[in-house]
Design a protein around this ligand. Sequence first.
Ligand code: PLP
Length: 366
Amino acid sequence: MQAETALTFDIKPNQTPLAEADRLKAFESLGFGTLFSDHMAVIRWSSDKGWHSPEVTARAPFPIDPASSVLHYAQEIFEGMKAYRSADGRVVLFRPEENARRFNESARRMAMPELPEAAFLDAVEKLVRIDAKWIPEGEGSLYLRPFMFASETFLGVRPSKEYIFCVIASPVGPYFKGGAKPVKIWVSEHYTRAARGGTGAAKCGGNYAASLIAQAEAAENGCDQVVFLDAAEQRWVEELGGMNVFFVMEDGSIVTPPLGGTILPGITRKSLISLARDEGITVHEKPYSFEEWQADVASGKLREAFACGTAAVVAAIGTVKFSGGEFQIGGGETGPVTTRLRQALVSIQRGQSNDKHGWIRAISGI
Ligand SMILES: *Cc1c(COP(=O)(O)O)cnc(C)c1O
């Protein structure tokens, strides 16, 4: 039986942190995922010891054996979340327990060990605490990337007997360059992202590896993002490469594709469904086909469409392009429902409005 004792992190501060002046200089031109904080949190797992050696230490490369199983069979999962500095100076996380829970759902699907939720949350919190000065003010936030990979030196095909869990942090500005202007998306007709029984609902690196060629095709066609249709019929709208999708109808109702194993259960998606219902909006989680989408745009029944996820929060979809042509939604402008829902979510995430669902977790003493 594995010991139930709580993990106690060994804290080893970075002896050569980035100089304050250099950090502030880097903050002036924040992109996404290019700049990293001084530390990382690490916990190791082996089949004989279970979770062990938790530490917060200087961010540094891992020595990886060329036969490390992740390099061959891609046993890897991750999460994405953000720490914000609220207007009143608190440091807050948004629904971090949802990330901890989803991380373990991904772990189960990928035959990886589950990490006690308390350890996941502790690792995130310890990293945010030690690197709190890396949280940008204003529009920015500290993007947190918990992940786990198979680290056993072994080429046989079976689940690894060793894993490394790690959290790194990256100060970020807005996800889409050029601010909140609507994005142009490409409908992938050749490639699919996830099939029934596959890993579509797990946040694993492999899903992204499979989506990159479609994303490249989108870019070649002058689009920002790709939207995938279902693998079985190539008909039903599923989601973007890393964001869920919503449609706002003429009657004020909202449609979003249902979770069913092929779509990533986004925390932003789930939160927006709650916020929309709070406003009295009817939300249908139901299949929506690309044909209906085109017909509804043509008839004026579809008023707005948007994509959502932690990194980009809410991004209006302005143009949809596919092999047979392209069409615009809402005259290429961000619509009122999209704007309102984004504002409602962002103001909770930034601690600016009444958090009636209790989604915000303040990290005390920073
Ligand atoms: C992470 C992710 C999302 C968005 O999830 P959030 O919890 O809202 O950040 C959507 N789709 C895919 C494929 C993802 O990996």
